[in-house]
Design a protein around this ligand. Structure first.
Ligand code: HEM
Length: 221
């Protein structure tokens, strides 16, 4: 049987799926209240939903660190490890402009990448920071409003609203389309199976990770 490589453990998959689902539910309820002229009753009811979903979202963020600290650490370690190949990736943006739009941008050869390529590292670091920052500002705005000076409250509110919108645009405009292009990873993280990807996909997207970090449990190979 063709060799499969373990990429997404159950904790990674649960964290990602609950985060993605609650993220869009929060975006939807929040945007309706912020942008639409709703009746007070409707706005209040949507805010109750927003807070309720926010509880699940927050528990998921904390749960990942508390119940799967090894997976959280592995992810952060991969995201924070930058070498020359990571930097060089930006010379041709992983070859994506050439491959998808025929734009001869930078050298043809793509430098070998680790678990994540440089573009993923940059965007996932922004995502991770914003996931926690939105939870913190959300709870501060909800619980501590009377204790926060008016100006600070306003800046926090603007950060909460526009920060979530900017990251959502990154997710919808880049993360999801690129995720759909690497189908093995898509099936691995969203599927109910083992969370493995093919050897070929690992070798193509993450040769350094395959060589240095993947622990082979099948000793015959
Ligand atoms: C329906 C929407 C989404 C889809 C289809 C999707 C798809 C994917 C896929 C296929 C991967 C694996 C990429 C890889 O490691 O090669 C991934 C990883 C990741 N996604 Fe999403 N994603 C979605 C929503 C989100 C949202 C809303 C966020 C955060 C704002 C997010 C943050 C992340 C992060 C941090 C990772 C790295 C997780 C890990 O390697 O364990 N995703 N996503």
């Amino acid at each position: 049987m063709a060799e499969r490589i373990m990429r997404f453990h159950t904790a990674d998959k649960v964290f990602h799926a609950v985060n993605a689902i609650t993220w869009f539910a929060l975006l939807f309820t929040g945007a309706l209240v912020y942008f639409c002229q709703l009746s007070d009753e409707m706005a209040n009811s949507l805010m109750v939903w927003h807070i309720g979903i926010g509880v699940v979202y927050t528990f998921n963020l904390l749960g990942f660190i508390v119940f799967a600290p090894h997976r959280y650490a592995a992810m952060m370690n991969s995201l924070l490890t930058w070498d020359m190949d990571t930097i060089k990736w930006f010379r041709n943006f992983g070859g994506y402009p050439r491959r998808f739009f025929g734009i001869p941008f930078g050298p043809e050869e793509v430098p070998p990448q680790g678990r994540y390529n440089a573009g993923q590292k940059m965007s996932y670091l922004i995502f991770m920071f914003m996931m926690y920052a939105l939870a913190v500002t959300g709870w501060l705005l909800f619980y501590f409003a009377p204790a926060i000076p008016k100006d600070a409250f306003w800046y926090m509110y603007m950060f909460h609203v526009w920060g979530s919108i900017i990251v959502s645009l990154m997710v919808v405009g880049a993360h999801i389309p690129l995720a759909l292009l690497s189908w093995e990873h898509f099936k691995g993280i969203w599927g109910l199976g083992e969370g493995t990807i093919s050897y070929e996909a690992a070798e193509h997207h993450s040769p350094k990770w395959l060589e240095k970090d993947v622990i082979r449990t099948n000793f015959e190979k």
